[in-house]
Ligand binder design. Structure first.
Ligand code: PBG
Length: 327
C-alpha cells in the first residue's frame, strides 16, 4: 500500500520534503509617502502608514535590516501639483526623486523600486493622459502617455532608482522605456514590468490611500479583464521581447493560475503583488478574531510563491520577515 503520510510524520521529515520555502529575501515592501512632516495612518489599510520623507528613510532601513532587499515607492501628490499632462511625474525635484536620493544615501544596499504611471500626478486620476471627445467620452492616449512614462523613468533613474516598474499597462512601454534609459546611459537600471495587471476591485483601499481613484470612468481599456488568462501569455511574450528584466502579476492571491501560467511561459523572474484589498481582507478577518493572522498571512504568501512567484510585493513584508526570523 502506498502511504504518502510517511513523508508527513514529523517536523524533521516535513522540512526535508518541503518544496517551497519563504524567505525575507523574497519580499518587496510597498511604501506610501507624502510631503507632510507628520506620518498619517491610512484609514482604508489598518496598520499601513503614509510616511514623511524622514520616517520613510528610517522605516525602510528597519525593513532592510530584517533582510528585505527592496522597497517600492507610492507618493501622494498634492492636488495643486496635479495636471492633465501630469508634468510633476517628471520633475527632478519632486517627492519621489528626493525620496530615492535620501534612501540611497542612507541605505546604499537597499534596492529602490519606483512605480512608473501617471495616476498620482494626473488630475484625471488615470494611469495615462486623457482625451475627452465632444460627447464627453474618455480616451486614454497610449503613445502620448508612453512618451511621458519614458521621461518619468529617466527622472527616477537620474535620482538613483535601481528598478523602474511601469504599472500603467500602455502598449509598447517596456521597449520605449528600455530605449530611453539606454540612450541616457542607464543600461544598468532594471525594468520590472507589470505584465499582467488586471482591472481589479482589489485595488480599492490603495486608491483611498493616495486619493488616486479615476475621477471618471474606469481602467478597463488598459488593465486586463479578470476573465482572461491567455491574454496574460500574450503580454508575457511581448514584455519579454521588449526587454523587461522581471515580470509581475497583479493581484496575486486570486490570480494564482495566472502566476503559474506566466511562470511556465517565461524564463524571466516572476513577481506577484499581494494588493491592498488582499491585505485588507486578511487584516480585517484577523482583527475580528476570525483568522489567525500569522498563520493566514504566511500561508497566503507561501501559496503565491508555490504558484511560481520568486518575488512578492506585500504590505505584510516586515511582519512576515519578523515571523520567519522568530520561527
Ligand atoms: C497605479 C497602481 C495601483 C496599484 C499599484 N500601482 C492602483 C491602480 O492601478 O489603480 C495598486 C496596489 C494595491 O492595490 O495595493 N498605477
Amino acid at each position: 500500500m502506498h502511504r504518502p503520510r510517511r513523508n508527513r510524520q514529523s517536523p524533521a521529515i516535513r522540512s526535508m520534503v518541503r518544496e517551497t520555502t519563504l524567505d525575507p529575501a523574497n519580499f518587496i515592501l510597498p511604501m506610501f509617502l507624502h510631503e507632510d512632516a507628520v506620518d498619517t495612518p491610512i484609514d482604508s489599510m489598518p496598520g499601513v502608514t503614509r510616511w514623511s520623507l524622514d520616517s520613510l528613510v528610517r522605516e525602510a532601513g528597519e525593513a532592510h535590516a530584517l533582510g528585505i532587499p527592496a522597497v517600492v515607492l507610492f507618493p501622494k501628490i498634492e492636488e495643486t501639483l496635479k495636471s492633465p499632462q501630469a508634468a510633476e511625474a517628471c520633475h527632478g525635484g519632486g517627492l519621489v526623486p528626493r525620496a530615492i536620493r535620501a534612501l540611497k544615501a542612507a541605505h546604499p544596499t537597499l534596492c529602490v523600486i519606483t512605480d512608473v504611471a501617471l495616476d498620482p500626478y494626473n488630475s484625471d486620476g488615470h494611469d495615462g493622459i486623457v482625451r475627452r471627445d465632444a460627447r464627453g467620452g474618455l480616451t486614454i492616449l497610449n503613445d502620448e502617455t508612453v512618451d511621458v512614462l519614458c521621461q518619468q523613468a529617466i527622472c527616477h533613474a537620474r535620482a538613483g532608482a535601481d528598478i523602474v516598474a511601469p504599472s500603467d499597462m500602455m502598449d509598447g512601454r517596456v521597449a520605449a522605456i528600455r530605449d530611453a534609459l539606454d540612450a541616457e546611459d542607464f543600461t544598468g537600471v532594471l525594468i520590472m514590468s507589470y505584465t499582467a495587471k488586471y482591472a481589479s476591485a482589489f485595488y480599492g483601499p490603495f486608491r483611498g490611500a493616495l486619493d488616486s481613484a479615476p475621477k471618471e470612468g474606469d481602467k478597463k481599456t488598459y488593465q486586463m479583464d479578470p476573465a482572461n488568462t491567455r491574454e496574460a501569455v500574450r503580454e508575457t511574450l511581448l514584455d519579454e521581447s521588449e526587454g523587461a528584466d522581471m515580470l509581475m502579476v497583479k493581484p496575486a492571491g486570486p490570480y494564482l493560475d495566472v502566476i503559474a501560467r506566466v511562470r511556465a511561459t517565461t524564463t524571466l523572474p516572476v513577481a506577484a503583488y499581494q494588493v491592498s484589498g488582499e491585505y485588507l481582507m486578511l487584516k480585517s478577518a484577523a482583527a475580528g478574531g476570525w483568522l489567525d493572522e500569522r498563520a493566514i498571512v504566511l500561508e497566503s504568501l507561501m501559496a503565491i510563491k508555490r504558484a511560481g512567484a520568486s518575488m512578492i510585493l506585500t504590505y505584510f513584508a516586515r511582519q512576515a520577515a519578523c515571523w520567519l526570523r522568530d520561527d
